[in-house]
Ligand binder design. Structure first.
Ligand code: NAD
Length: 482
């Protein structure tokens, strides 16, 4: 059993603290935000994360997990201190490390015995070294000679399935510079030996880089499939089928190959920017990551173009229903959410917005102005000139299309997440735009004798018509030329 303090009770800190307590450690979760700590002490979770409340309650009840805003006492009472504070993007895209350094300084100012300082926050390569120097400097100023270690233990959890990801990780990365630090971290994570979770033991620098390399690779996968989606819209093709076929190749894999409005959230946008920034500074710029960022920006703008197109060219005075505000389903996190960006852009062009999200409306309200929040999807859609599906919450997958059709002023849908079948939507009477789904007639028979009758029968069956962005079976690019 290790005595642990976790600095920062955000999505990562709270899950880490609760998870480590669940492994049998004695954990104190600390936050500078006293209001957050009060919420936690009252038995509530300050944000929405599936099943986190259960784990927190269990461990509080069994006396392994506690909360405080008293940093000095939490630091003194722990041997291992995890830093899980925010690392938001700075003005030039680089990671703003002020919270990390402030936390490290407080540790150095308060420590009276050996500490293992573990970096859980996502930080650029070289931050561990800087933290080490900072702690040394503060200890020297205090005239103290106290042993300590710095380690990197990046977190790979995904919001929405954070508890499951923490409890059943694909791998654990332990970056250390001393056998003692490696041993302490190995002991903390020993329960993972039982289910043979791969344990990567390496240096602090390599561990720091692994986190950025992983996130940047996933972001690049998303940008890549979004480029393929855009190509599909021009040449006539269905990116869902392309992605499925690609993903069945074991070398490629199916995950993160979903075309959509571009990546958002609190990690990918900032981590790709930070990696691009520190790679440039290191004299080894990453062209691929720079391109992934550029493609992502463009993809977000394309969603605005789609909504404008589907309502006939101008958003001025149009009523738009937006379903989904969080950056992904199963979370109320709206940081860098595509939906929020899109709403602001549509408002700039004169659109009126009525939005619905199952859990994120309160947080979204703090980011948005002049948005009407609806009680459910149908009241959001009432009288709308178009409906935009911005986040793929499960409940949006099974909307009553007939009811929607009756409620909307104009039956137009922009499905930024490709959760509907274009043919089904068109049959239901909607003007539908997905992302990269401009497939057109498969009826390309070269038998002249049959061509007339086959065309007639195709028409009869309703097949051979276009779905998605192309029209009359003709890809968009060809139509433009005509
Ligand atoms: P967050 O903003 O939700 O939480 C950070 C918390 O730290 C806040 O509550 C803040 O009040 C607190 N804090 C700041 N300075 C402090 C200090 N000196 N002492 C104590 N508390 C302090 O952040 P998050 O989403 O949990 O992310 C934390 C880190 O983990 C970031 O570096 C992020 O990139 C990384 N990460 C996030 C995710 C994710 O899905 N959110 C996944 C993996 C890694």
């Amino acid at each position: 059993m290790e005595k642990i303090a976790v600095l920062g009770t955000g999505y990562v800190g709270l899950v880490t603290g609760a998870g480590l307590a669940d492994f049998g450690n004695e954990v104190t979760c600390v936050d500078l935000d006293a209001a957050k700590i009060e919420v936690l002490k009252s038995g509530k979770i300050p944000f929405y994360e599936f099943s986190l409340g259960e784990v927190v309650q269990r461990n509080v009840h069994e006396g392994r997990l506690s909360f405080t805003s008293d940093l000095p006492s939490a630091i003194k009472g722990a041997r291992t201190i995890f830093i899980a504070v925010g690392t938001p993007p700075g003005a030039g895209g680089e990671a703003d490390l002020s919270q990390v350094f402030s936390a490290a300084r407080t540790i150095a100012e308060q420590m009276t015995s050996y500490k293992l300082i573990v970096q859980k926050s996502t930080v650029p390569v070289g931050t561990g070294e800087k933290v080490l120097r900072l702690v040394e400097k503060v200890l020297a100023e205090r005239g103290k000679s106290i042993a300590f270690d710095v380690a990197s233990n990046p977190e790979f959890l995904r919001e929405g399935s954070a508890v499951e990801d923490f409890m059943r990780p694909d791998r654990i990365v332990i970056g250390t510079w001393s056998p003692k630090a490696e041993q302490i971290l190995s002991d903390i994570y020993q329960r993972f030996y039982l289910n043979e979770t791969p344990m990567i033991r390496t240096t602090v620098q390599t561990a720091e880089l692994i986190k950025y390399a992983s996130n940047a690779f996933l972001a690049t996968k998303i940008s890549f499939i979004n480029e393929m989606a855009n190509l599909c819209e021009v040449v006539g093709g269905d990116v869902k089928v392309v992605a499925r076929a690609m993903g069945l190749d074991g070398r490629i894999g199916r995950k993160f190959l979903h075309a959509g409005p571009g990546y958002g959230g609190s990690c990918f946008p900032k981590d790709t920017l930070a990696l691009a920034s520190f790679s440039r500074k290191a004299g080894s710029p990453s062209k691929i990551v720079e391109a992934a960022i550029e493609v992502n920006k463009r993809q977000r703008r394309r969603m605005l173009d789609k909504v404008r197109d589907v309502v006939g060219g101008s958003l001025s005075g149009k009523q738009i229903a937006v379903l989904g505000l969080s950056f992904k389903p199963q979370t109320d996190d709206v940081r860098d959410s595509v939906a929020i960006d899109l709403i602001k852009a549509m408002q700039k062009e004169g659109a009126r917005i009525r939005a619905f999200d199952p859990v994120a409306m309160e947080r979204a309200a703090a980011e948005l102005k002049n948005v009407q929040f609806a009680e459910d999807s149908y009241s959001a859609a009432e009288g709308a000139d178009a409906l935009v599906i911005a986040t793929e919450w499960n409940e949006f997958r099974t909307l009553d299309l007939g009811k929607l059709l009756k409620l909307m002023r104009s039956p137009a849908v922009v499905d930024c997440r490709n959760i509907y079948d274009p043919a089904v939507m068109e049959q239901a009477g909607f003007r539908y735009m997905g992302v990269g789904r401009s497939q057109y007639s498969p009826d390309r028979s070269h038998d002249p004798a049959n061509s007339k009758s086959s065309k007639a029968s195709a028409k009869k069956k309703g097949s051979g018509k276009r779905v998605g962005a192309a029209s009359n079976g003709v890809p968009a690019a060809a139509r433009k030329k005509a």
